[in-house]
Design a protein around this ligand. Sequence first.
Ligand code: SF4
Length: 345
Amino acid sequence: MKTRELGISGRKIVWVDENIPLMGHIAFGVVDRGTNIIQVRPTTICHLNCIYCSVDAGPYSRHRVTEYIVKLDWLVEWVKALVKYKGVDDIEALIDGVGDPATYPRIVDLVSELKNINGVRVVALQTRGYVLDHELVEELAEAGLDRINLSIDTLNPVKARFLQGVEWFDASRVIEVAEYIARETSIDLHIAPVWVPGLNDEDIEEIIVWAKKIGAGKRWPALGIQKYLVHKYGRKPRGVKPMSWNEFWRKLRELEKKYNVKLIHDKSAFNFHEAPSPPPPYKIGESVKVRVVENGWLRGEKLGVPPRRDRVITIVDAEEIPLNTSIRVRIIDNKNNIFIAKPLL
Ligand code: SF4
């Protein structure tokens, strides 16, 4: 496990290798929510600073102290094991995360490795597109990428710079690459803007028209509009009041009629179904001995690994606990095999 101090805005980047299990953390590795979709999270890094970012990513993050990049072979090994456990032949490996996974240095190799796993039918990539160019897109297509879920909130370059929170963001470049993907490659495009009420209402309608025009959505729905949500550690744009779910669904239904396009999807649109998950090996309330191996993702957290090395555990309230020590922790959450614990002092 190598570390270096040159992370974005001085945050440390941890290169995650065999010393850290890849199930148990929300930010990196594999996330399994009991379906045939496995979330594959190779990196936490994002260079944007979206004003509504739910995961507080980017150069101006206020809560993050560490970024993680996962070693390719180690990540693939965990995905393989999980696919085998699930025992179904229509797994979607969705490369996503709490950063922009297209920044992963070996993204093409990752796509190719995932595509070669027996049981993986679809490989998809969630991105905001700022690192994509024609060459990378061609390489991703050749590696077998089936779909790009592209988040683009406006077609207006000035507004995009405001929403994405960085001066250098070039929406016209992302639009050009998106059109290239839709027209010239085998990769399907699913356009997934975040609707921030009061900030991009008209833009959402323009995006619907544009997505239809360029031919997004050949095998999957062309559009998946995301509702802006307030998260505990997320950024909250001043003056924005989130829509209620009722209002959101009502507006989507209106837009569906107006533009003759499907915006509300059922599970079948993405072949989404239940598939078995490994049971969490540690129960809530259980006391577990862990080795404290790294700094945690957010301030005050550390990463702990039990002797069985089967999960990574986020230890909260752990500011004062030194690395490379062994302590006992009490598990306080284990939902979806994502483990949070508190030190037992
Ligand atoms: S919303 Fe996505 S693209 Fe924007 S800062 Fe957050 S992680 Fe990066």
